[in-house]
Design a protein around this ligand. Structure first.
Ligand SMILES: Cc1cc2nc3c(=O)[nH]c(=O)nc-3n(C[C@H](O)[C@H](O)[C@H](O)COP(=O)(O)OP(=O)(O)OC[C@H]3O[C@@H](n4cnc5c(N)ncnc54)[C@H](O)[C@@H]3O)c2cc1C
Length: 451
């Protein structure tokens, strides 16, 4: 078959993979979405109980909406905030259903390569289509030939460990019965019983950690003796709790304020500059030890919310250009590097920043950010709009990428990973110099006046 007539394989039926399929359909290109799970949005369903900090208006892709509109789909009120469960049920699964047999479930991608060419071979490489290896839910194996591959497989399946050096702390794996890597669903009686009246260490300093601290504080209001020990690798400063009321996503700002209230009301005690090196058992409890020798009082449970990392194992035969720190595409990495800035504002980016030495292969969505923490769905929708335009040969539309993300309100030049006593530098705040922008969702362009 002519390479151009082959489908574009999209890995993952999450928000961004499904949006990619919708944009491909709009462009008259055949997509084939391969999803490991049994339904659309398997990862999002895993955190069904968490409420998004983005309103509906900012998590629905425009091309997807065009596909859904003729089916009688009712657009949720754009000003309200869905949970992960709402996002999956009221938008993502209906979208996958419209795409019909363009989405295959129970199809785990295990390898992507150029047909007949391993990573080392130059000869005839770019003329070859891609071979996508899949493991099917019934235990079978298949190969699918594709003209291009858009990897939207997210990072949800690979949470970062508690160990501050990125490797599980000594004892972390052996104490797994008391360590969780997800925001707890306290409406589930079994989960509630695990944390009610207990002392829980929460490791991490992003939106998920704030959510966990807020939920445990609510629980403490009902079940006395519930207490959180908040473990931060850095110190507490102005930026610790996010932008608060200055955050252009008010619900995201509110999360930080709820975490702050949990500390101020005594439901959580913060331990700063603590880089976990080891976890030891103390009877039925756990003791965390830091690299500097500090040893904390025992806790009953640990919740690790230190971010995620991309699974690059099935892409090992491709020539990817990835930044050595973030494992994000090289041109995108400096825009989102948490060592440098924290405001979440990204200058316009699309196919140009997301291209690799290997042509026609793209990492999009959460995975495109590698280990950087500030990804928003709207970024992914713009990425796939640009990439699919390029695949359709519409280079003008592909290059016309205009996207600025809502700022977190904490962009002052400080990096997210600064040492506890690091001086706040005025340098590195390039993220705050917003270029000409396009209004997205409910975010007003007037709000982008810099920091
Ligand atoms: C708790 C939480 C709250 C968030 N809140 C917001 C918010 O309010 N606003 C916002 O804009 N963003 C938010 N995000 C960030 C981001 O928008 C979401 O994580 C979003 O789900 C990312 O979409 P994605 O399609 O890139 O990846 P995912 O949603 O992770 O989807 C990836 C899909 O790929 C599948 N998959 C994985 N590996 C394979 C494989 N090898 N083969 C086949 N299929 C595979 C998975 O099963 C999954 O269905 C939040 C993230 C989390 C974790």
């Amino acid at each position: 078959m002519e390479k151009q007539n082959l489908p574009v394989v999209v890995v993952g039926a999450g928000p961004v993979g499904l949006a990619a399929a919708a944009h491909l359909v709009e462009r008259g290109i055949e997509p084939l979405v391969l999803e490991a799970g049994a339904s659309a949005a398997t990862a999002v369903r895993d955190w069904a109980h968490v409420r998004l900090f983005s309103p509906w208006a900012e998590v629905i892709d425009p091309a997807a909406e065009k596909l859904l509109a003729p089916t009688g789909w009712v657009r949720p009120d754009g000003t309200t905030y869905p949970t992960g469960g709402d996002w999956a049920e009221r938008y993502l699964q209906p979208l996958a259903d419209v795409l019909g047999d363009k989405v295959r479930y129970g199809a785990m991608v295990t390898g992507v390569a150029r047909a007949g060419r391993d990573r080392t071979v130059d000869s005839g490489r770019e003329e070859q289509p891609f071979t996508v290896h899949i493991a099917t839910a019934d235990g079978g194996e298949e190969r699918i030939t594709a003209r291009a591959v858009i990897d939207a497989s997210g990072t949800w399946s690979v949470p970062s460990p508690m160990g501050a050096n990125g490797i599980p702390a000594l004892g972390e794996n052996k104490t797994a019965d008391h360590v969780a890597y997800r925001v707890p669903d306290l409406k589930d009686p079994a989960v509630r019983a695990r944390y009610a009246g207990k002392r829980t260490a929460v490791v991490g300093s992003g939106a998920s950690a704030f959510t966990a601290l807020a939920l445990l504080a609510d629980l403490a209001g009902e079940e006395t003796d519930t207490h959180a020990v908040w473990i931060l690798r850095r110190g507490i400063g102005d930026a610790t709790y996010g932008g608060g009321e200055a955050d252009q996503l008010p619900a995201r700002g509110a999360l930080g304020l709820r975490a702050k209230a949990a500390v101020e009301k005594g439901h959580a005690s913060a331990v700063t500059g603590f880089r976990t090196e080891a976890v030891e058992r103390d009877g039925d409890r756990l003791v965390l030890l830091a690299e500097d020798g500090r040893r904390l009082d025992p806790v009953d449970e640990v919740i690790v919310l230190t971010g995620f990392r991309p699974d690059l194992s099935f892409l090992s035969e491709l020539r990817l250009g990835l930044d050595e720190r973030l494992q994000a595409p090289i041109a995108l990495a400096p825009l989102i590097d948490p060592n440098v800035h924290s405001c979440g504002t990204v200058y316009p980016h699309g196919v140009k920043e997301l291209s690799h030495p290997e042509q026609d292969v793209y990492l999009v969505g959460m995975k495109s950010y590698g280990r950087a923490p500030t990804f928003l769905a709207m970024t992914g929708y713009e990425q796939v709009r640009s990439i699919t335009a390029a695949l359709a040969g519409d280079h003008e539309a592909a290059g016309r990428v205009e996207l600025t993300l809502p700022e977190t309100g904490v962009c002052g030049g400080a990096g997210l990973f600064d040492e506890p006593d690091a001086a706040q530098s005025d340098e590195g705040g390039g993220c705050c110099a917003a270029p000409a922008t396009l209004q997205i969702g409910t975010v007003s362009p007037a709000a982008y006046g810099g920091c």
